[in-house]
Design a protein around this ligand. Structure first.
Ligand code: HEM
Ligand code: HEM
Length: 242
């Protein structure tokens, strides 16, 4: 676990030079994920004519999570799970600092935010995987629906609907936390997610972006999702309505 993402003492953090903390891959991943989740929601709301797009966006969400898991293992410094998954003592200490108002700009995710990110990534994964078995019982079915017994498919349908509410709750919490950092501590977390740069301790800077590694990881993630979809069994013609 990395311990070098510590807070920088108060006013200095605003004066220091901007340092690179989020590589381009993390940033593209983040905004693409946000758009994908929004798009999946909208396409479902728009009705059956858009369900093909709903499923495509769902595959993209799955690919993004697979990419992020790889990047969390060997990506740049602050992107790694080992750098932002803190133990209970560190989380408790952070919460005490938060309550006392002693929070400053830092390089990387904070100990509490790290776990919120894991919760969001898990929820997106559950959403995309349960979608593979889901069906509207009319026109659209996830590709793996024909491979599973009805009772399992029903559980997946329930999970797809229930977990979406959980995901919405986590996103609301995410946005509320980001707003609070600005209102209470005057820390802008959004700009670094756009530019990659922040004004935390210079020791927290990342040395490079590893773009080729990120591209390779994205290609492998995409191929894995394609294999998952194309390995699905053909639907039984008796189940097709048209
Ligand atoms: C569907 C909506 C969204 C989802 C699922 C989502 C998910 C995530 C995830 C997974 C991360 C971790 C990034 C990483 O380490 O790879 C993250 C970080 C972040 N997100 Fe979002 N996000 C969403 C919307 C937004 C929006 C609309 C904003 C801006 C207003 C935003 C601002 C941020 C910021 C600032 C961080 C970095 C927090 C930090 O510094 O620790 N997110 N988000
Ligand atoms: C991770 C992104 C996804 C999100 C945010 C999402 C969201 C939703 C939501 C909110 C519903 C309505 C649930 C309900 O109230 O019954 C739904 C239904 C559905 N989703 Fe997804 N979904 C995603 C991924 C997928 C994937 C990957 C597939 C299949 C490949 C899929 C297939 C379906 C199907 C077939 C329905 C049923 C439509 C109906 O009964 O009206 N979804 N999805």
């Amino acid at each position: 676990m990395e311990t070098d993402t510590q807070n920088r003492p108060g006013p200095d953090s605003a004066r220091g030079d901007q340092i690179l903390v989020w590589d381009a891959a993390v940033r593209v991943f983040h905004w693409l994920l946000a758009l994908t989740i929004l798009g999946s929601w909208i396409t479902h709301e728009l009705g059956v004519r858009f369900m093909e797009w709903h499923m495509r966006l769902g595959y993209l969400a799955l690919g993004l999570v697979v990419f992020r898991i790889g990047w969390g293992l060997y990506g740049t410094r602050h992107a790694r799970f080992g750098a932002f998954l803190a133990g209970p003592a560190e989380v408790a200490a952070y919460v005490r600092e938060w309550i006392a108002g002693r929070i400053h700009a830092r390089a990387g995710h904070n100990p509490l935010g790290g776990w919120a990110i894991v919760a969001m990534l898990t929820s997106v994964t559950v959403q995309a995987i349960s979608g593979l078995f889901n069906s509207d019982d009319i026109l659209t079915s996830g590709p793996w629906r024909p491979a599973v017994p009805g009772a399992f498919a029903e559980r997946m349908e329930w999970l797809h609907a229930a977990n979406f509410n959980l995901l919405l709750g986590l996103i609301a919490l995410h946005l509320a936390a980001i707003t609070t950092y600005w209102l209470r501590f005057r820390i802008n977390l959004v700009l670094p997610m756009l530019t990659g740069r922040t004004d935390a301790d210079p020791d927290g800077a990342i040395s490079g972006q590893r773009l080729w590694l990120a591209l390779g990881t994205a290609i492998v993630a995409g191929l894995l999702v394609l294999i998952l979809i194309s390995a699905a069994p053909e639907p039984d013609p008796a189940d097709l309505f048209f």
